[in-house]
Design a protein around this ligand. Structure first.
Ligand code: FEO
Length: 170
């Protein structure tokens, strides 16, 4: 069984990964209604990945004899200023998630919970990839400029890193 502190912080991460999924769904929807089908596809795929991240935490908590709790999720924003600002928000959000994962890693060390520490290593690497992927898109957007969004939208899926998700445990 997980120590209560570790169980609670892992449940906090269930909420954060679930919110990430909803945030990217909101961004997908905004992109879709603004004629950016490629960006929408990228965001829908990202939302699916985040759902898998949430599932990994749920399965892990339960597998350790503790109890995963599904929270109420905060409503994500419905509107974004423009594509560049939206991707800046993606990067900012991923940096927040990285800090959150690192906080759990630090706790597993002080609590000497080496199983959870090991479980988290996949997320540590995933966050490196997620931040780098968001940054690469921001760089690309800067290069193509606002007048060539058509080409950017057409090509964005080729910027996706190969899917590193493995099926959740269980
Ligand atoms: Fe699951 Fe993008 O953090």
């Amino acid at each position: 069984m997980l120590k209560k502190k570790v169980e609670d912080i892992c449940n906090r991460q269930v909420e954060r990964e679930g919110y990430s999924s909803n945030l990217y769904l909101a961004m997908a929807s905004w992109s879709e209604v603004n004629g950016l089908a490629g960006v929408a596809q990228w965001m829908y795929a990202q939302a699916e990945e985040e759902k898998l991240h949430m599932l990994k935490f749920i399965k892990y908590i339960n597998e350790r004899g503790s109890k995963a709790i599904l929270p109420a999720f905060k409503k994500p924003p419905a509107d974004f200023k423009n594509v560049e600002e939206m991707f800046k928000e993606v990067l900012k959000h991923e940096q927040f998630v990285t800090a959150s994962i690192n906080e759990i890693v630090a706790m597993t060390l002080t609590e000497k919970d080496f199983n959870t520490h090991n479980f988290l290593q996949w997320f540590v690497m995933e966050q490196v990839q997620e931040e780098s992927s968001a940054q690469a898109i921001i760089d690309k957007l800067r290069l193509v400029g606002k007048n060539n969004l058509y080409q950017f939208d057409r090509d964005i899926m080729s910027l996706r890193a190969p899917d590193t998700n493995v099926q959740p445990v269980g």
